[in-house]
Design a binder for this molecule. Structure first.
Ligand code: NAD
Length: 461
């Protein structure tokens, strides 16, 4: 990965989409108003900087730095994940919160954009240290989050358990406030608060904490629906096989390489595999594997968990066999001659340095910000469609919004209901982005930004 600044990239994407919007405006007055609103979208509404003293297991104290950026709430409460990573920076969180505002608008959710991050390598912490750090962060942001204010969720290196700890800290802070305000000793118990709508403050929770069915795999599943919709539009499938009916046999024609094998990378691998695609390569931060026959993602994950790394986990069909594959680097994975490349790790995977070497026919961005604006231009010139992050990975936030809605209504929907709603949403929004790209004769990313901006600008007036 390079030193590209993700916020600079995000603003370049905004500028490109704005040009299209401006071209459609004839009145000077309306153009001026449009400019003013876009100016507002160039900076977050609020940046919260938190300092987190944490007692380590050996009794020493370590101070961690964290952020919560609330970018825009024109369409509803701020919404976005919390990331734990040593490379977290304010500009990264700003970019991610901006993309969340765009993503929620593309997905047509009644939510704005926010994001959080803590500068930490969570792998260097014990479970107890991770919990203490999480509780410190949860307490530090308790005043600025809430079901109608800002609704965080998991992101890189965070999960449902971590959301549960944060929710407890948030509820404790509310109990504390009630206690102080009412000046009573016998305040509402934590349990009373637990069953209330306060759970809607965090999404991506465990089911027992009020989480939604299907949330954990929603980003991957949503990505599959988006990919299938766009592949149909691109008529790639019909050029590969004569028949026009969709089937596992057809999907089998497509080879896929996936960078990242965490929540998103693993789940998209699993859904693609189950739909008949051939996932020939996956990777994580330690490197990748190439298995020409196509991996079985579940077996590969089991093997990775057992060994601690992917190397040697050449698991195809029902067996893992050292002769079936080989180790590759992350750079090699990105340049494999596959049909579909799926960056599912971090920002800046595809840059001006490697964009001309990408051999995939389609890029499905499951990570946030994996392609820099310079790389976008190169890929567009090379006629490699990039299905943009704010569309491809919006399945996660969509089911997060379903979770929020279920909590607010005190309901629990079945997985079938959640997945049906997700499918309908993803197919509809992928169709809207495709149509916008045809109308404005532009790439899918710019089209997605135009769709999002039109919705946000309307809400800002
Ligand atoms: P995760 O922590 O579960 O997994 C991240 C994966 O990326 C791990 O396998 C890690 O080893 C790998 N990785 C890290 N650096 C790498 C590198 N240099 N090369 C190759 N692999 C590398 O995180 P996640 O939740 O899967 O998120 C992945 C991406 O998807 C992020 O960009 C995140 O913002 C985005 N995203 C996540 C969700 C969600 O629901 N979790 C939703 C939308 C977008």
């Amino acid at each position: 990965m390079t030193g590209n600044n993700p916020f600079t990239s995000a603003m370049a994407q905004l500028t490109k989409a704005t040009t299209i919007l401006e071209q459609r405006v004839t009145s000077t007055e309306i153009r001026e108003r449009l400019k003013q609103k876009i100016e507002q979208l160039r900076q977050p509404k609020r940046i919260i900087n938190v300092t987190l003293p944490v007692v380590m297991d050996d009794g020493t104290q370590q101070i961690f730095q964290g952020y919560r950026v609330q970018f825009n709430n024109a369409r509803g409460p701020y919404k976005g994940g919390i990331r734990y990573h040593p490379n977290v920076s304010l500009d990264e969180v700003k970019a991610l919160s901006f993309w969340m505002a765009m993503k929620c608008a593309v997905a047509d959710l009644p939510m704005g954009g926010g994001k959080g991050g803590v500068i930490v390598d969570p792998k260097s912490l014990s479970e107890k240290e991770l919990e203490r750090l999480t509780r410190a962060y949860g307490k530090a942001i308790a005043d600025v989050v809430g079901p109608d204010k800002d609704v965080p969720a998991p992101d890189v290196n965070t999960n449902g358990v971590i959301m549960g700890w944060m929710l407890e800290e948030f509820i404790k802070s509310k109990v504390h406030t009630v206690h102080k305000v009412k000046n009573v000793t016998n305040v509402k118990t934590l349990q009373t608060f637990n069953s209330s709508q306060l759970r809607a403050t965090f999404t991506g929770k465990r089911i027992e904490d009020g989480g939604s069915e299907g949330r954990e795999e929603a980003t991957g599943l949503g990505g599959l629906y988006v990919l299938q919709t766009i592949l149909d539009k691109l008529e790639l499938q019909s050029s590969k096989v004569k028949s026009s009916s969709k089937s596992q046999v057809q999907n089998k024609q497509f080879t896929v390489a996936i960078q990242g094998f965490g929540n998103v990378g693993y789940n998209i691998a699993k859904f693609l595999y189950e739909s008949g695609f051939r996932v020939v390569a996956v990777s994580d931060s330690k490197g990748g594997i190439y298995v020409p026959d196509g991996i079985n993602p579940e077996l590969t994950l089991e093997c990775k968990k057992k060994n601690g790394y992917l190397a040697g986990c050449y698991c195809s069909g029902s067996v893992c066999d050292l002769k079936k594959g080989k180790q590759i680097s992350n750079a090699e994975l990105l340049e494999l001659p596959v049909d579909i490349l799926v960056p599912s790790a971090l920002e800046n995977a595809i840059t001006k340095e490697n964009a001309s070497k990408i051999k995939a026919k389609v890029v499905l961005e499951m990570a946030n910000g994996p392609t820099t604006p310079e790389a976008d231009i190169i890929l567009y010139k090379r006629r490699i469609p990039v299905i943009p992050d704010i569309l491809s990975n919006s399945g996660g936030v969509s089911v997060s919004a379903f979770e929020w809605e279920q909590n607010l209504k005190n309901e629990h929907w079945s997985k079938t209901k959640v997945n049906e709603k997700l499918k309908a949403k993803m197919e509809k929004q992928a169709g809207s982005v495709w149509d916008a790209s045809m109308t404005y004769k532009t790439d899918l990313r710019t089209a997605a930004f135009v769709v999002a901006l039109e919705r946000i600008l309307k809400a800002m007036s």
